[in-house]
Ligand binder design. Sequence first.
Ligand SMILES: Cc1ncc(COP(=O)(O)O)c(C=O)c1O
Length: 404
Amino acid sequence: MFKVNDNYLKLPGSYLFSTIGRKVREYQEANPEKKVISLGIGDVTQPLAPAIIEALHSAVDEMAHAETFHGYAPDLGYEFLRSAIAKHDYADRGCMIAADEIFVSDGAKCDSGNIQEIFSVDNKIAVCDPVYPVYVDTNVMAGRTGTYDPKTEVWSDVIYMPCTAENNFAPELPKETPDLIYLCFPNNPTGSTITKDQLQVWVDYANKVGAVIIYDAAYEAYISESNVPHSIYECEGARTCAIELKSFSKNAGFTGTRLGYTVIPKDLKSGDVMLHSLWARRHGTKYNGAPYIVQKAGEAVYSEEGKKQLAEQVGYYMRNAKTIKDSLASMGYTVSGGVNAPYIWLKTPAGMTSWQFFDLLLEKANVVGTPGSGFGPSGEGYFRLTAFGTYENTLAALERIRGL
Ligand SMILES: Cc1ncc(COP(=O)(O)O)c(C=O)c1O
C-alpha cells in the first residue's frame, strides 16, 4: 500500500492566495453587480514593454526555421542571458559574480521553494516573521519544521525573527543559531528594506556561525534609496555565505512569461562540497530550462531601450505606491513600505484582526487586499496593499476606502 508524504498533511489550510481567491469568488457570486478592485495578490497589470515584445516576436520567428530553431536549453541557461545578468546586475554594481555562477530558471517561486532540497533535513531555518509563505511551507513539505501549534501559528523547529513596527520591520540576529537564514529585501509583505551596513551584519554573522543566507531580491528594481543594497554580493564576504534569488516578474512584468535566476558562488562550500555543484546536479536532473523565447525576452530587459522602458514601468507602479501610502496616511492609517517596494503595509484600524479587516474591505469597499496574518504570526493586525494595479483602479480603491 502506498503512503503519502505526510509532511504535506501538516500544512495548515490552503495557500494564502487560494483562500483569498475563494473568498472573493464567493463574494462575487453572491454580489454579481459589484465591481471588486484587487490590490491583493502581487501580480502586475502593465503589458510587457515594447523592447521585450520585439525580442519575443523575433525569437518566435527563429523557431520557425531549422537553421535558427532551438530545442533544449543548456543546463544553466543560455550564455547570452547569463552574461547580460553578470554584467548588468553584478559587474556594473561592483559585485564579482561570474556568468557560470548564475542558474536561469522559470522564476523565483520555484527556486525559493526548491533550494532547500540541497540541504540536510536536520538544518534549522530562520525566517522573518511575517514572510513570503513559500519559504516555510516548502520546508514543512521537506519535514524540516517540527510540529505546528494552530493556536500560536508557530512551527516548533523554525526560528522566527519578528519584524514589527518596534524594530522598524528589520529582523534582529536570532538568539538560537540557524543553519539557513531566509532574508527578503525589499520585503514582501512589509515593503521594508535594510541598509547595506545592516545587511553586512548578517553576512558577517552567517560567515561566523557557518550559516547560509538565502537572499530573495525579487523586488530589487523598486529600490529608490541609495543606501539600500541591490544585491547581497555588495557586502564583503557574501560569496562564502549567500545564495541570491532573482525574478523577472516584478521588474519586467514576467509573472505570466516566467523567468528568474539563482546565483550560487563557487566559494560557498560545506567542507569541500560546493553548493554550486549540488544545485547544478539538481538543475540538470529535475529541470529542462526556461524556453529560448523567454530567455531572449529576458536578454532584452538589459538592452538600452528595455532598461528605459522598464524604469518607466517601475515608476508607474511606484506612483501608485506613493498615492496609496499618502492617501492612507491622510485618512489616519499607520502605514509603512512603499518607498523601496511596491507593497504598503498598514496597521488594521480599531484593533481589528487582519481577516476582519479583509472582510470589511471586501464587503463594504469591494477592495481586496492581503491579510498580514497570512504571512506569519507577527503579521496579525497588519494588512498588505499592492501598487501593481492600474493608476485608475488604485485611485478608485482609495476613494472607496476613504468612504468606509
Ligand atoms: C518574495 C518573493 N519571492 C519570489 C516571488 C515569486 O517570483 P516569481 O514570479 O519569479 O516566481 C514572489 C512573488 O510574489 C515574491 O514575493
